[in-house]
Design a protein around this ligand. Structure first.
Ligand code: HEC
Length: 249
């Protein structure tokens, strides 16, 4: 029994001293009983390599590659590009004039193609919150985005295009920026479309081109004549009881 206990204790100590050494610090390479995947064949950054002619693991970047990402190097590359462009044409890229005032109007040509681009990008990026007509009643309202505001008030109607550009680029309060997703030209296109939405909800007869004015006026008068006979059966059906009650009275 004593011998058995002795062997048992010895085995315990041996097991712990052989397998229990992982995790303690050694200057020697560890003894791998279960190597797991600690040691793999791989190319390391700045490692040496016999396969390639220049004997480097690192492969040069393919010419024309544009760095994307948020590391400071790529951010710097982007900013340098951006700064050149910005210095060249601050109105287009920042929505501000050289003297720091908001741009009024558009630094790009507003034409049908721009409007179509604006409509497309607005539908993709803005409609979920601001809604198709820009009243701020987008689908996200049902899911808790309650602070989206409507474009249809005087403050936003009178707001300089450049300030709206800045909001799209950097966001404002609870709205995040879309500068990374929309190129400057696309942002101006969205603003042109936003202006169209504002006009559509706040139009006067003077906004209607003359050739269509007559047509519109006629169509406005026409339903008034049409609706009387169309409304009559409804009212008589609905008011059946009341008319009966009136007639009996
Ligand atoms: C995720 C929802 C959301 C999306 C998408 C969104 N917005 Fe907004 N937007 C908001 C909210 C919320 C506000 C109100 C911010 C605040 O509290 O002032 C706002 C405010 C604004 C304002 C008014 C800023 C001011 O000065 O008061 C403008 C202009 C605007 N958005 C334009 C856009 C355009 C253009 C897009 C598409 C590129 C867009 N928004 C996409 C939520 C959104």
């Amino acid at each position: 029994m004593r011998i058995f206990l002795g062997i048992f204790v010895f085995l315990c100590v041996a097991t712990v001293s052989i397998f229990g050494i992982r995790g303690t610090k050694f200057t020697e390479p560890p003894l791998y009983v279960f190597p797991d995947m600690d040691d793999q064949e791989k190319y390391r950054p700045q490692g040496e390599n016999t396969f390639y002619q220049n004997r480097m693991d690192d492969r040069p970047v393919v010419p024309g590659t544009i760095a994307r990402g948020s590391s400071w190097e790529t951010a710097k590359v982007f900013n340098e590009d951006f700064n050149y462009a910005q210095a060249d044409n601050p109105e287009l890229y920042t929505g501000k004039t050289r003297s720091g005032e908001w741009v009024r109007g558009f630094p790009v040509e507003v034409n049908h193609a721009l409007m179509e681009l604006g409509q497309q990008k607005y539908t993709i990026f803005c409609q979920v919150c601001h809604s198709a007509i820009g009243d701020g009643d987008g689908i996200t309202k049902q899911y808790g985005v309650a602070t989206t505001l409507s474009y249809h008030d005087d403050r936003l109607r009178d707001m300089a295009e450049g300030e709206i550009f800045n909001t799209i680029t950097h966001g404002k309060n609870t709205m995040s920026g879309y500068g990374e997703k929309l190129r400057p030209e696309e942002r101006w296109a969205v603003i042109a479309y936003l202006r169209a939405l504002q006009r559509a909800q706040n139009g006067t007869l003077d906004d209607v081109p003359t050739p269509f004015k007559k047509e519109l006026l006629e169509s406005l008068q026409a339903p008034a004549q049409d609706s009387t006979p169309a409304d009559e059966p409804e009212t008589t059906q609905e008011d059946d009881s009341s008319t009966q009650a009136e007639s009996t009275e």
